[in-house]
Design a protein around this ligand. Structure first.
Ligand code: 5RP
Length: 220
């Protein structure tokens, strides 16, 4: 499929940003699966990886990348490579389409550089067409749903999904995200929320956009 070719282009371009000998943070999703494939071809150039999900860990192992390190060994990393569901011109993102938002946000927060790899359809002017994922503790569904409705969103529990952390995902439709930082802060404060998939306080530093004619690079 055409979009997959664009994802692949962006993913392979991320190899240029690897600092030799360092540990790389690995995101989750179909774009990242191309990055993992690319990474497996330069195994001597990095010392290990930390993974943001069980799915990525499985894929890393399948591709022969076995030096998968525990996140708690580190307090900072050089780079984190991940994709997004939507990204705006301020490099703020909606993430969590794959349900791995909590570990993704932890790794993004501890990384000096967040390199976001996307196909060109992920670029938007205003975030929110893609439903905003929130990882929540199961007993908080009713309370958080009520609070989300109050701010104009329509919450729906993601069917048949339990996160790697044993929680559930609420996907929020119809939310007007014209001020991503204030919405991120507001949702973060609700008791029962583990992580909101708005990456506005910590956005991306570099965006690699796979396009028909090549890869566009946007830097802060
Ligand atoms: C997973 C994510 C992904 O980065 C996001 O869903 C994009 O995925 P894909 O590369 O498959 O389009 O946040 O939790």
């Amino acid at each position: 499929m055409y979009l997959n070719q664009l994802k692949k282009k962006a993913a392979w371009a991320a190899l240029n940003y690897i600092v030799p000998g360092t540990v790389i943070g690995i995101g989750t999703g179909s774009t990242v699966s191309y990055f993992i494939e690319a990474l497996s071809t330069i195994q001597n150039s990095f010392s290990g990886v930390v993974s943001s999900s069980n799915a990525s860990t499985r894929l890393l192992k399948e591709k022969g990348i076995n030096n998968i390190l525990n996140l708690n060994i580190f307090s900072s990393l050089e780079i984190y490579i991940d994709s997004a569901d939507e990204i705006n011109t301020n490099m703020q993102m909606i993430k969590g389409g794959g349900g791995a938002l909590t570990k993704e946000k932890i790794i993004a927060g501890m990384s000096k550089k967040f390199i976001c790899i996307i196909d060109e359809t992920k670029k938007v002017n205003v975030l929110g067409k893609f439903p905003l994922p929130i990882e929540i503790i199961p007993i908080s569904i009713s309370f958080i749903s009520k609070e989300i409705i109050k701010i104009g969103g329509i919450p729906k529990v993601r069917k048949n999904v339990i996160t790697d952390n044993g929680n559930i995902i609420l996907d929020v439709y119809n939310l007007n995200i014209d001020d991503p930082i204030s919405i991120e802060k507001k949702i973060n404060l609700l008791p029962g929320v583990v992580t909101v998939g708005l990456f506005a306080l910590r956005g991306a530093d570099i965006v690699l956009i796979g396009k028909k004619k090549g890869v566009e690079i946007i830097e802060k």
